[in-house]
Design a protein around this ligand. Structure first.
Ligand code: RIB
Length: 310
């Protein structure tokens, strides 16, 4: 059976409810502060698990982070491959305004303590055909991609957050690339979704692209085929973690053998549930909640979907 490894970050997320996102030189009192578990690695592992996958998690866990391990255990995620390091845990300071807009400051902390030996020891537990899920919140990402590719693992990369994405990331060694418009523009130099997809079709024809467009929905490009789906028209409370929810549910459906359109649809429904709640991992729905959302909006999604060969 195909195994699934998330090699990624774990953060403590401090959410501050604010009237508006801070401007330079400004001081503001937050109305509320809540601490949740997050980090793109942890969030995507939780979403994969909620979507029905059996998940192994590897990464570096810092001090004072039992909340993070308890969360992984709560979602039945295998933690034997986590390494404890003498560094502060990663954390994020997240401002969320009344419209659900956010600004995030991430301190990588222990997430940047991954060693070459840890990569080798971790990958030794997996074999060709297993799925590796990675984001851009750990160090040695290029080395991890090279080694996993050489070993024949299927690699799903979400190169987020973007400002720190090394341009020399070996995207040609990746099988599935999850990007939003900002990341798409970073790699392609294009701003329009179609131009971004055209760039990837020409430059990385073997990479399956999943482009998320927020309120505009999402697109999938595989070979010479393109699918698009709108998002579910729900009331947005907080979008933090919605992209991670989308990625995890998409991949869980893919692991379960579903067709591309069904993977896109359950990911759309799950992220629709996530934006209606506060928090990153705390906002990720169960599979039955995501299926309920999909049942509610299936006719709407199907009436707007497009499917083209080019
Ligand atoms: O994608 C959302 C995540 O980004 C948050 O959980 C935060 O930790 C940052 O890494």
């Amino acid at each position: 059976m195909q195994k699934c490894l998330v090699f990624g970050s774990l953060n403590l997320d401090y959410f501050y409810s604010v009237d508006h996102i801070l401007n330079p030189k400004e001081t503001q009192s937050a109305r509320q502060m809540q601490c949740f578990c997050g980090g793109k690695g942890l969030n995507q592992a939780v979403a994969l698990s909620q979507g029905g996958a059996s998940v192994y998690f590897a990464g570096c866990l810092g001090q004072a982070s039992s909340l993070l391990t308890d969360t992984l255990a709560h979602y039945h995620i295998h933690t034997d491959l986590l390494r404890l390091v003498d560094q502060p845990a990663g954390h994020a300071i997240i401002q969320v305004d009344d419209s659900g807009q956010n600004a995030i400051l991430v301190y990588p902390g222990s997430n940047f303590s991954i060693t070459s030996a840890q990569i080798d020891e971790t990958l030794a537990h997996f074999q060709a055909g297993d799925l590796l899920v990675i984001q851009n919140e750990i160090n040695r990402l290029d080395e991890l991609i090279h080694k996993a590719h050489a070993q024949g693992l299927t690699i799903a990369l979400n190169p987020s957050p973007t400002p720190a994405v090394p341009e020399w990331l070996p995207l040609n060694e990746v099988d599935l690339l999850f990007i939003n418009e900002v990341e798409g523009a970073f790699f392609s130099g294009q701003s329009e979704p179609e131009a971004i997809l055209n760039y990837f079709a020409e430059t990385f024809p073997d990479v399956q692209i999943i482009l998320t467009l927020g309120e505009q929905g999402s697109c999938l490009q595989a070979g010479r085929k393109r699918l698009t789906l709108p998002c579910c028209p729900v009331e947005v409370v907080d979008t933090v973690g919605a992209g991670d929810t989308f990625t995890g549910f998409f991949l869980a459906a893919k692991l379960a053998g579903h067709q591309d359109l069904d993977c896109l649809a359950i990911a759309t429904a799950a992220s629709g549930c996530a934006v209606m709640r506060k928090g990153a991992s705390a906002s990720i729905p169960t599979l039955s909640e995501a299926q309920g959302m999909l049942n509610r909006y299936r006719d709407y999604l199907w009436s707007k979907k497009t499917e083209v060969a080019f």
